[in-house]
Design a protein around this ligand. Structure first.
Ligand SMILES: Nc1ncnc2c1ncn2[C@@H]1O[C@H](COP(=O)(O)OP(=O)(O)OP(=O)(O)O)[C@@H](O)[C@H]1O
Ligand code: SF4
Ligand SMILES: [Mg+2]
Length: 332
């Protein structure tokens, strides 16, 4: 089995606010493995972006890491200073965001920005970097890259800007890409092309990818593994086949039941009945209790269930005292 390139363990993060604090992550653990895509899914506010920003150390000032580690190449990223981070972020761990235009500098032509990434991270000579920038833009499917190189971000479509961002990531050849909803602002055709680019990267370069998405269609297309988040916790984790074919947690069942396609293979998530809890403190009991159709006395009496293999270790990890074992009709 391939060793993980990133291991997140027991990560807990809280945001200070003027009112009550928000416990955005509660004891979160997962691994990213070379050449594999882990999809992080869950409702809005479940902590997906906070997890991504913890890895890339882009948490805002009001965020406080209460505990945990993010191990990368033998070091805990949470313990690095800004200088040490600069040699890793962008170069060895790249990020792709939902809004690619925001990730680019509005007043610098695209070609210069790509070239700048090459000169600063790869110590490439300026003239070579400009040539290489054109080649990169061609490689990610931008037609007429000479013209694109002279354009400013506002003159390009969102899809074109996202290709530029992926081009930069490709050129730097990072070990890890963190992609936070990279295609949700794009139309379906462009989305498929961008996902294809990511797929090429992980297959040809062995890049490990963390893909945050609301869309199970995207999960089915690209992800090898899926971690479902609820109220700041990973509540189920497994291969894409396990998660889509045999979900165990009542929340995962409910999510899959909202999909428009009966085989569960496509479409964005829709709301399930009820609301996620306020996350003002670390959960004392299972945070899904108010919305759960399988709740038992133990759920209200015991601490929040840990993520673990149940059923004698035969199944994938789930954080639930009463998982759905059979292919029961989804009862949410
Ligand atoms: N800067 C902040 N200050 C206070 N609370 C925050 C801040 N950023 C996020 N939160 C809260 O932390 C929780 C987790 O937010 P996060 O953005 O990680 O969720 P998400 O799963 O990425 O949601 P979405 O799908 O909407 O992007 C939410 O309750 C959110 O309101
Ligand atoms: S632990 Fe209990 S309340 Fe929580 S999801 Fe499982 S059955 Fe439902
Ligand atoms: Mg988010």
């Amino acid at each position: 089995m391939t060793e993980p390139v990133i291991s997140v363990r027991g990560l807990s993060v809280r945001y200070r606010t003027r009112e009550k604090p928000v416990h955005a992550l509660d004891d979160v653990s997962f691994d990213l493995t070379p050449g594999r895509v882990l999809a992080l899914v869950g409702e809005s506010g479940s902590g997906k972006s906070t997890a991504a920003m913890s890895i890339t150390r882009l948490l805002p000032n009001e965020a406080e890491v209460l505990g945990g580690t993010v191990m990368f190449d033998g070091v805990d990223l949470l313990g690095l200073d800004d200088h040490q981070l600069r040699s890793i972020r962008g170069r060895r761990i790249s990020m792709i965001f939902q809004d690619p235009v925001a990730g680019l500098n509005p007043v610098i032509p695209i070609g210069d920005q790509v070239a700048e990434a090459l000169t600063s991270h790869l110590a490439m000579h300026k003239k070579d970097a400009k040539k290489q920038a054109i080649a990169i833009m061609r490689e990610v499917g931008l037609s007429d890259p000479e013209r694109v190189a002279k354009a400013y971000p506002f003159q390009l479509s969102g899809g074109m800007c996202q290709r530029v961002m992926i081009g930069i990531a490709t050129a730097l050849n990072p070990e890890v890409i963190i992609a936070d909803e990279p295609t949700s602002a794009l139309d379906v055709t462009v989305q498929a092309q961008i996902l294809h680019q990511l797929d090429v990267l992980r297959r040809q370069r062995g890049t490990a990818i963390l893909l945050i998405t609301h869309d199970f269609g995207v999960v089915a297309q690209l992800a090898d593994e899926v971690a479902v988040m609820y109220a700041g916790r990973v509540i189920e984790r497994g291969t894409t086949d396990e998660m889509m074919g045999r979900p165990l947690h009542p929340y995962t069942h409910a999510l899959l039941a909202t999909l428009p396609r009966l085989d569960g293979s496509g479409g964005p998530l829709h709301a399930i009945p009820g609301h996620p809890p306020e996350m003002n403190a670390a959960a004392e009991h299972c945070p899904f209790i108010p919305r759960c159709t399988k709740v038992m006395n133990v759920c209200r009496a015991d601490p929040a269930p840990p993520l673990m293999r149940r059923d004698g270790g035969n199944d994938h990890p789930v954080a639930c005292y009463n998982p759905i074992w059979q292919a029961e009709p989804a009862d949410a």
